[in-house]
Ligand binder design. Structure first.
Ligand SMILES: Nc1nc2c(c(=O)[nH]1)N[C@H]1C(S)=C(S)[C@@H](COP(=O)(O)O)O[C@H]1N2
Ligand SMILES: [Mo]
Length: 509
């Protein structure tokens, strides 16, 4: 309870400071993600996908609760030892907070608040526990057979303890809740987004003609921002203000450049529909989404700095220290590689990289799509490793041609007759030329395709299947505009993306 109240006080302090990232809980979460071995991170993403942070939060809460109980039991037996253990925990938390890349002196304030509140509370509760456990010396202690806590005075003390503990818990929850809310409000990042909504005057993300085939149950061609998958290593998302944001371009360049947000925007905005995909996406998975991005071409920004002809890579770094490596030629070959500020005609949502992120058609997100981007280093692949490459993922990450069946869903029952089998196929920056479906490993049958505004998006497809009763297996494959047929060979996501056909089994009645 004392620890909970301490954490509540810390959240409150972080809230008053308007610095959600200074919450020790968030810092510990971010630190844990950083030290998580690659295989465990991969497992977490494949099991929990976008819910990975929630699961981590619950895990941290359980570990903290168990540790706190141990300290509490210790404190009840030996107050000094308990207080020493609690102090040690706070010091460890302080070190973790201090070691975060965004940390400055102010980061320690919430931890100090936690200590100032938690230690006296622990002492106070420990005294109450002791009272509850001490046999009443005033004489109600009868024949010596009664356990201490059954004496009337002991029972009263016990009730007093439980009431105190309950009060502390309620206070902890209230402080934590208010702190979280305050942090969002006071960080002001949503206000900045609202202002940008007016200033940027982003174009409407009107659906291109014929892109959405409107098959019931299929994914919409344009993914709404709220439904867009979320993958990153940030337990608490960075709150970065456009006014404080700068982008530094350095390394193997003629001249270092540093741009403010306004300077970036003044370079001129372009719009591009691009389908973003995560390398962790399983065959048939949903770590993929399509949006209209508005931003400044990366090539224009690089040109200001003048990359050296010897360079072959750009290492980008986010505000929270995440890194990725992108081939320089991909960023400069004329495709719509952008520093995006808009997503589906809104300023980038905070979770998707506000105020500026990278979007590069044709590459998985882990080698291209840096959110909250603040730094570019023009370099060589043989000079550095990025976040996921140090964890065993491939240095280069071109997206593999893929397709999936969205309706009918696997293990469902449909009625015999004409059934719309539909889904999406993608091969960003190469384009999807054909999609074929087959039933029970029979002949490949061509599907009808939706229209697309460019080769950089996914493409919807539909196949009218004359379904006969019984159990059937459907699978799908795509062919790129340059003639590559999607392989049936199955590969897991690591190290460079999953492959194989998406298969669904349906019962026809
Ligand atoms: N700063 C930062 N940017 C990041 C990541 C990250 O962990 N941190 N993850 C990348 C990965 S692996 C993917 S797939 C995309 C996901 O972008 P989204 O969350 O907007 O869908 O962001 C990329 N950009
Ligand atoms: Mo990813």
């Amino acid at each position: 309870m004392a620890l909970a109240l301490g954490l509540g006080a810390a959240e409150l302090m972080a809230g008053i400071m308007g610095r959600p990232d200074a919450s020790p809980l968030s810092a510990v979460g971010d630190w844990f993600i950083e030290i998580t071995p690659g295989w465990l991170a991969d497992l977490a993403i494949s099991w929990f996908g976008t819910a990975d942070k929630l699961v981590l939060g619950i895990g941290i809460a359980i570990v903290l609760a168990v540790t706190a109980c141990a300290v509490g039991i210790l404190a009840a037996r030996d107050r000094r030892a308990g207080l020493a253990a609690a102090t040690a925990l706070l010091v460890i938390a302080g070190l973790v907070v201090w070691s975060r890349p965004e940390s400055d002196g102010a980061y320690l304030l919430p931890i100090v608040a936690a200590g100032v509140v938690a230690l006296p509370t622990l002492r106070w509760l420990a005294l109450r526990t002791a009272a509850a456990q001490t046999p009443d010396t005033a004489g109600t202690w009868e024949s010596g057979h009664e356990p201490a806590h059954m004496t009337p005075a002991g029972a009263t003390a016990r009730r007093t303890f439980l009431r105190s503990a309950g009060g502390v818990a309620a206070l902890a929850v209230a402080a934590g809740g208010v702190g979280r809310w305050l942090a969002r409000e006071r960080s002001g990042v949503e206000d900045s987004r609202d202002e940008l909504t007016v200033d940027l005057d982003l174009p409407a993300a009107d659906l291109p003609d014929g892109a959405d085939l409107d098959v019931s149950g299929a994914e919409p061609w344009r993914t709404p921002n709220d439904d867009f998958y979320l993958i990153d290593t940030a337990f608490s998302k960075p709150h970065v203000h456009p006014d404080d944001w700068t982008l530094r371009i350095h390394g193997m360049v003629e001249q270092e450049v540093e741009l403010t947000f306004d300077e970036l925007i003044d370079m001129g905005l372009v719009d591009a529909w691009v389908t973003l995909a995560c390398v962790s996406n399983q065959v048939g998975g949903n770590l993929i989404g399509n949006a209209l991005w508005t931003g400044v071409p990366v090539a224009d920004v690089l040109a200001l700095a003048g990359p050296s002809p010897d360079a072959d890579a750009v290492k980008s770094t986010s505000h929270d220290g995440w890194t990725c490596g992108t081939p320089l030629d991909v960023l400069t070959d004329g495709r719509d590689a952008l520093f995006a500020v808009g997503m589906n005609s809104e300023p980038l949502p905070v979770d998707h990289g506000f105020p500026v992120r990278m979007v590069v058609p044709g590459l998985y997100g882990y080698v291209s799509a840096t959110k909250w981007v603040v730094e570019l280093e023009v370099t060589r692949f043989d000079q550095f490793q990025a976040y996921w490459t140090t964890r065993g993922w491939s240095e280069r990450g071109p997206i593999k041609v893929s397709s999936r069946i969205e309706v009918p869903a696997s293990d469902t029952t449909v009625s015999a007759g004409t059934v719309a089998v539909a889904g999406t196929a993608w091969a960003q920056h190469r384009g999807v030329e054909a999609v074929e479906v087959r039933v029970d490993d029979g002949d490949w049958m061509p599907a009808d395709l939706g229209d697309v505004p460019s080769d950089d998006t996914w493409r919807q497809w539909v196949y009218e299947w004359e379904a006969t009763s019984g159990e059937h297996t459907l699978d799908v494959r795509a062919t790129t505009a340059d003639g590559e047929i999607q392989t049936p060979d199955e590969a897991p996501p690591a190290p460079d993306g999953a492959s194989g056909h998406h298969r669904v089994t349906v019962t026809v009645e």
